[in-house]
Design a protein around this ligand. Structure first.
Ligand SMILES: [Zn+2]
Length: 123
């Protein structure tokens, strides 16, 4: 249930921004979520509603953009785009294969982070 903790963080960022600009309301929060965070958008939406109830952020639209995962191969140095649906269930999260040379000696370089990209407020 890390969605709720994450939703609470987003709420705090949105609230802080709203207070800073003396907004009356937060209307939209744009989020980018790496596919490999394993955050479930539907659960995050629900958690966000719970976390913001009774606050200045209540009713804000949460827009979620999913960023695909990327790995870099330590053998051939090439970057592959990976998708959870294809590979994670078979190989486990830490064992993504390079799509160029099939090596398992790879590191995740994108897709494990989640960031608030933009917050729209009403002043
Ligand atoms: Zn490779």
């Amino acid at each position: 249930m890390h969605e709720f903790a994450f939703a609470y963080d987003i709420f705090k960022v949105a609230e802080t921004t709203a207070l800073k600009y003396k907004a009356i309301k937060v209307s939209e929060v744009l989020l980018e979520i790496g596919e490999l965070t394993l955050i479930v958008p539907e659960l995050l939406q629900q958690s966000f509603k719970m976390a913001t109830t009774g606050s200045i952020v209540e009713g804000a639209k949460l827009v979620i953009k999913i960023i695909p995962g990327k790995i870099k191969c330590r053998e051939c140095n090439k970057v592959s785009t990976i998708s959870l649906t294809e590979e994670a269930h078979l190989t486990g999260l830490q064992l993504f294969k390079c799509k160029h040379c099939e090596s398992n000696n790879t590191e995740i370089i994108e897709g494990k982070k989640a960031n608030v990209k933009n917050i729209k407020i009403q002043e």
